[in-house]
Design a protein around this ligand. Structure first.
Ligand code: F3S
Length: 401
């Protein structure tokens, strides 16, 4: 892998131990994946923020680093709402450690905004063709697919290394040839909003880590694309997908149709949720906002909760940036007794561990809650989740999603 003179000097430790370690990580990855050089990035997003997932070893590693990041950098969700952690029964010991992690990142010049939807934040713009070093799988999928930017699915240490250097190794999804569709999914019936999480759940398992292209009858909006990509990244390892006529690369690049074609039937989506929704019957906790709710999703939740009172714990996850920008939605949601929670999510917060049955409206949360929170999870649309929270009857076992 070619390194400039300055990069060689960094590798020799002439710019200090932190940058030496950072470039060593990027060069090692570049050598493994056949990168020719390092390329500049526009921004970084770093996973490995919750004390629940990185523990003391992670805290120690980040605390030892010196210097400042060279590009706008933000964090993935932490283990708690950083301003209002007590109301989800987070222990003071956990809170103390979590705050130390945030301080260690801030010392490196990283913006303390903890979200998996960095693309919704003001001042964190992403353009077509921009090279990024992002970590969180749904954010990576959204950046690559919906925005037409270019990022590999970075681990926490490699994203942080890229942020400190302002560069990443040129391999994988940074290159044109790795962005071509490899499998075609035909969906010949109209999809409803909540079907996109289900479709992603099915398609991700079939695609594995390949790049799928979808032929759909609908033209999904950005939140539907977000749900589709998040579920595919969780049930498979899809970091880039295309939707014919919708996502930007299909309009700029003349793709050859992949040889492998699969038709996804409606009954496959029904079957997935019917079988998964048998995990448990009575959710004690209902959560929405995986990935973090957009402004449109907050508006819809506020509208659906207007004049109602929740009778169960109901958490709505979003970024602090959006919560501050739309206080009217937050007020309306919280008037119902629901809690709007920022900086964290149902998967990376230890708060979810206090429950045994959780209802979610996300294919990704459905895949991760059982393994990471020790709770069973069932799925429903946002409408079904809200009905459950306010005590109206739902059909959790089937058609209502
Ligand atoms: Fe985001 Fe947490 Fe889901 S990081 S995509 S809300 S699992």
């Amino acid at each position: 892998m070619y390194l400039t003179k300055e990069e060689e000097q960094i590798l020799n430790g002439e710019a200090g131990e932190t940058l030496r370690q950072a470039i060593e990580i990027l060069v090692a990855l570049g050598d493994i994946y056949g990168a020719d050089r390092l390329i500049p990035i526009k921004s970084a997003q770093i996973a490995g923020v919750s004390y629940k997932t990185i523990g003391d070893a992670g805290l120690e590693w980040i605390s030892d680093l010196q210097g400042k990041v060279k590009v706008p950098t933000i964090l993935n969700p932490a283990g708690m709402d950083l301003e209002n952690w007590k109301r989800l029964r987070i222990s003071p010991d956990f809170a103390e450690k979590q705050k130390l992690i945030i301080q260690a990142y801030e010392k490196l010049g990283i913006k303390c905004e903890c979200t998996c939807t960095p693309y919704t934040l003001e001042g964190f713009d992403v353009g077509y063709g921009d090279h990024l070093a992002w970590s969180e799988s749904s954010a990576v999928s959204y950046a690559n697919s919906v925005l037409g930017a270019r990022t590999n699915r970075e681990g926490g240490p490699s994203a942080l290394s890229a942020a400190l250097l302002g560069k990443t190794a040129n391999y994988g999804f940074h290159l044109d040839e790795n962005r071509l569709p490899e499998i075609l999914f035909e969906v010949e019936y109209p999809l409803e909003k909540s079907n996109y999480g289900a479709l992603g759940y099915v398609a991700g398992k079939l695609a594995g880590n390949r790049v799928p292209i979808f032929h759909l009858r609908n033209s999904p909006d950005v939140d539907e694309l977000k749900a589709l990509g998040a579920a595919m990244a969780a049930s498979g390892a899809v970091a880039l997908y295309h939707v014919e006529g919708v996502t930007p690369e299909t309009r700029r690049v003349d793709f050859k149709e992949p040889a492998e074609k699969i038709t996804i039937e409606k009954k496959q989506l029904d079957e997935v949720y019917e079988s998964l929704n048998k995990a448990c019957k009575e959710p004690e906790l209902i959560t929405i906002g995986c990935p973090h709710c957009s402004a449109a999703e907050l508006e819809k939740a506020a509208e659906l909760l207007k004049g109602k009172t929740v009778s169960k714990e109901f958490w709505v996850f979003t970024s602090r940036g959006l919560a501050k920008r739309y206080p009217e939605y937050i007020r309306e949601i919280e008037k119902s007794g629901a809690k709007v929670v920022c900086d964290t999510c149902m998967v990376v917060s230890p708060a979810t561990n206090n429950y045994s049955c959780v209802m979610v409206n996300s294919g990704k949360a459905l895949a991760y809650v059982p393994g990471m929170c020790g709770a069973q999870a069932i799925y429903g649309s946002m409408e079904a989740c809200i009905k459950e929270a306010v005590g109206e009857t739902t059909n959790k076992a089937g058609g209502s999603y």
